[in-house]
Design a protein around this ligand. Sequence first.
Ligand code: SF4
Length: 445
Amino acid sequence: MALTGLEIFKLLPKTNCKKCGKPTCLAFAMALAQKRAKLDECPDVSEEAKEKLAAAAAPPMRKVVFGASDHQVQIGQETVCFRHEEKFHNPAVLGITVSDKLTGEDLKKRIESINALQFERVGTQIGVRAVAVVNESGSSGAFAKAASTVKDGSNLALILVTGSPDAMAAAVAKVGDRLPLLGCAEAETAEAMAKIAKASGCPIVGKAESIEALSDLSEKIVGCGVEDIVLNLDGPSPRDQLYGLSKMRVLSLKKIFRPLGYPTISFVTGPDTGTQVATAVSLICKYSGIVVVDTVEQYALLPMLTTVMNIYTDPQKPVQVEPKVYPIGDPDEDSPLMFTTNFSLTYYTVESDVEASRVPSYILVVDTEGTSVLTAYSGDKLNEKTVADAMVKNGIEKLVKHRKIIIPGYVAVMSGKLEEATNWEVLVGPRECSMLPKYLQEVWK
Ligand code: SF4
């Protein structure tokens, strides 16, 4: 748990020498507690105090990294239970299973279908980030061979899933250079699995059926010299799992209970794809750092990926695009020019409708701090002055020669003032941008 100013003060030299720039040790302790000062600003603090303060300052949830360099993923290091308190930091990783019973063309096809699960949504790439090779065959050789084939066929981060330390050792010998996540160590295999993790430098999954057993297991793994741990609360029903993961989150972040201060992984199985989707989406929200499913259906993956994208954005900062002029198609000086705001969802909706019109155009994006047209207008972030300033800043005069600008139908009321402010002809476009193709093709002149 974070130390109070008085607790920090007890660990300081108490000489009030002022070398840290503060008038007293107590003032420095208070500044440290509020994170307005750094410990190394006191040159006389003892090594013992440094150790105690560093331990207290360690994040309540450890960050765990796995996967090869450019496809490396990191999870954990979360600081809040609810995103409105701050934000969630490291987006949940979605992984897909590959059984080691698959061979030849079947295995190749499965890997290709997983690699293809990448999408673009409001200008951002989202997709599956891990492949979980599962030792369903029970054979160490088959497991190692499948892991090796997946490594050759995919750049995605690897998760090795087996209960057998022998199979794990065989697979790590083949793919250890890709820093896979090793799952799963249980009470009886913890030492053997931790030994493999320690020798290879790979993070490890600890798996147990209760929170108490998980905290005992993580302490056992740490005792074996492995710090990078991911926790798997296995066994309970989805309802109990959600309750358990929520309880673990509170214990790790609010009570700073170190044995549970690790990110989590969930393996989702279900009688049908719909159930898998519903369970996975719930687990992404509360509070799995990695969710592994066995479906490769795009319609099933998109809701999960969209959920990750939505809950890992900063709720205090709308998703924005850069305010500038965006050419759509190959526009020239006679092409239509319109403006919208820099709220991503608004911009990409307008962009796709302009593209659909097949009329080469310019879209001027006005900086409204990421708010939509009506919200920005109501908050006075979108008015004749902000639009006129954006037109000057982006050199619109030199871009088109017709001196006409199309404005969103919802802010038709600003057309007179905008004409006065710019001396341009203002054309009122449709209220809904879905009508833009018809407008650009039939009304624009
Ligand atoms: Fe106290 Fe260290 Fe600051 Fe000196 S430098 S006043 S000992 S905290």
